[in-house]
Design a protein around this ligand. Sequence first.
Ligand code: NAP
Length: 530
Amino acid sequence: MIPIEGNQLIGFKESGKGTEFFQSANPATGAPLPYHFAKATADELNHACEKASEAFQQYRKATGATKAAFLEAIAVEIKSLGNQLIEICNLETALPKPRLEGERDRTVNQLLMFAGMLREGSWVGARIDTANPARTPLPKPDLRTMHLGLGPVAVFGASNFPLAFSVAGGDTAAAFAAGCPVIVKVHEAHPATSELVGKAIVRAAKATDMPDGIFSLLHGNGNVTGIQLVKNRHIKAVGFTGSFTAGKALSDAAAQRHEPIPVYAEMGSINPVFILPRAMQATSQKIAQGFAASVTLGTGQFCTNPGLLVYEENEPGRTFQKYLTIEFGNISGGPMLTANILRSYTNAITRHITQGQMEVLARGKDDPTQNCALPILFKTTGAVFAEHPALAEEVFGPTSMIVSAASRNEVLSIARNLSGHLTATVHGTDEDLADYRELLDILEQKVGRVVINGFPTGVEVSHAMVHGGPYPATTDGRSTSVGTASIFRFTRAVCYQNMPQGHLPAELQDNNPLGIWRLLNGEQTRESVK
Ligand code: NAP
């Protein structure tokens, strides 16, 4: 193992003024790794923010093609890190190498997807209402609108996606695509991985003539460095994935600023799954297999992990329960991402067990690896679930709770009492879905994505994806953190009234030099303004 001594990356320079240090550890063994990092000082953080603010004045005017070239260069640099990235990331997270290779591909592909969108150009949502000076009683002005970047964005790397939701992950790609510089607060669980990717971004920025300060990377504690970053006046928006406690703390800090800023925090979700009667009768074994696999995938460390399963108690339900118990009993536990995450998991499981209102339906196989989380499946009734709101809180890890409902009405009542989540899943035949149309109506008000006859884990990175949901799943349920629509978290619409042609952005000029789709006097077209 080659030792790493890491510093802050502030624009194109490294800075090592910090006097507090930390070291990464292997979560599978608890052993320290030879990767040491200094935590950022307040001066270093301020310097990074000032540089980002200066860089924004140049980068905000970059063309779509220029920004696309930057994102494509980052993708090339990440790929060229080769096995070293996978090896180090595996040591720091205990995530299996094939999973990390897949995550690296996803990271690269999402950068390229944003690049494609930028090259096409219509994402800016150009709208043009031409003037009518002859209108009475008042002349109509010429109005032209498009989306522009907000300014420097603070991104918090997630522990459970060390590549795809971290330094060069979805938040960073969306912010760069929007025309915003990025400052990343590294997650302490994978600092060496973060450093490698951070340096790849710096190389890509230099190679494509981006302004110094377009990217910085800082190490430090969330409640110190993280809060300072969110409070810095140059920061104009925040992207975060992690716990409710941290997301809420950052959101509150942003709201208390002299100039409050948006915080897009993706926090907890139990991703309820409902099985309707005919599907339960017809496909219960298949659903049991899929459900057990979805709950325990990646040792349950996915934000879309299904933590609640609801169905009506009857004979097919009891058969399903037998299948599920067998499936679950055959699944092994695995190491968790950090000792803290394992501690939270075991505390929550102990609370559930000692609370005494739930039956332990199945336990997975133990694994001798340190930091190992044991899969565990609970069961309770609809009545108990309704009486104990705490049972509806996320337990991050390979566990889920089955709630057997006494009737269709109880199923609907459980759905109505849910708070905001990222996803809800319904297994049903066409007839089931027609009978339970009311359930679908309830669920679309509770979540960002409704899944039919599938499982919520596995979030496609695409143009139509919504990975978000009403509070408390996120701090802003109007947005997505996955897919190209996430760009709109870091933009705002600006309207130009009677602006002379020469001063308009190319996207809004009469002759449509970029050939993009625009809403011209209420109609989508690529035509020029006549
Ligand atoms: P976390 O504790 O929320 O940490 C995420 C980031 O927030 C880290 O950079 C952390 O920095 C920072 N942070 C923590 N507390 C903060 C505070 N009070 N103020 C400001 N920043 C703060 O998440 P985690 O370490 O990844 O995992 C802990 C728990 O989060 C898990 O057990 C799970 O329940 C939940 N989680 C949920 C998801 C999801 O997608 N739903 C994903 C990951 C984790 P420091 O660590 O340096 O303080």
